[in-house]
Design a protein around this ligand. Structure first.
Ligand code: PEP
Length: 254
């Protein structure tokens, strides 16, 4: 199967690693990369590790993301980091609306919409995370939840700007639990998300838009996930912290 959308393999390193460890991990993955690789690779380290990772990937095709970004360019927002600051630190991308931020830091769809607009205004590429909880899935609410999260996230964002976004479909019950959605479950959700994008922005837009899967992705399941026609890449947590495992995921075989 030839995919027309460029695949993206992203590692979310969460609140792990020292500066030294993050730099070493970035370097080890860089050294192991297939020079003929056709898709994109993205690292999202902690804010404090951005500079070490930036140095380790300098001159390589690897992209750098922040795990979050505030919506204001500057101001009295203790603990927050602005789009200007993460760009200054070398980031081209920002993860927005990760389920851990929604759940633990109580981020609402309205806040996520503000962050998306601000990141786009500052020419950052957002990786927007959406996904249902186990309870919502068991109550057959998955599609409704995804639809609401998307409608609220994309509010007042025009097609030109929205085309810079990548969605990561991350069922909350699969994140860090070892429970992966089956390739069919992930494909079904991706088809729904693409249909919703078509409703919001039209067919051409939806066809060109990249949708990643996230949730306990590992060396053992990457190939079957990437074999699905609507899975355009993955967002990887735990398994992106080990160079050999992450490299196997990056070099998926379909
Ligand atoms: C994530 O952090 O977005 C994630 C999917 O984590 P894990 O791969 O560990 O489930």
């Amino acid at each position: 199967m030839i995919k027309t959308r460029k695949s993206l393999i992203a590692g979310n390193w969460k609140m792990h690693l020292s500066r030294k460890e993050a730099g070493e991990l970035a370097l080890a993955v860089r050294k192991g990369l297939d020079p003929d690789m056709k898709h994109e690779v993205l690292f999202a380290p902690s804010f404090t590790n951005l500079e070490a990772v930036r140095q380790a990937i300098h001159g390589s095709p690897i992209l750098l993301a922040a795990q979050d970004v505030h919506w204001e360019d500057a101001g009295a927002y203790t603990g927050a980091v602005s789009p200007l600051q993460i760009k200054d630190a070398g980031c081209t991308h920002a993860i927005i609306g990760h389920s851990e931020r929604r759940k633990i830091f109580l981020e609402t769809d309205e806040i996520i919409n503000k962050k998306l607009k601000s990141a786009l205004k500052n020419s950052l590429f957002p990786v927007l995370c959406i996904g249902e909880t186990l309870e919502e899935r068991e109550q057959q609410k998955t599609y409704r939840v995804l639809q609401t999260q998307m409608q609220k996230a994309f509010l007042e964002i025009d097609a030109g700007s929205a085309s810079k976004i990548v969605i990561a479909y991350e069922p909350v019950w699969a994140i860090g639990t070892g429970k992966t959605a089956t390739p069919d479950q992930a494909q079904d959700a991706h088809v729904f998300i693409r249909k919703e994008l078509e409703r919001l922005y039209g067919e051409n837009f939806a066809t060109g838009f990249r949708i990643l899967y996230g949730g306990s992705v590992k060396a053992e399941n990457i190939d079957s996930l990437m074999a699905q026609p609507d899975i355009d890449g993955v967002l990887v947590g735990g398994e992106s912290l080990k160079a050999d495992k992450f490299l196997r995921i990056i070099h998926f075989r379909v």
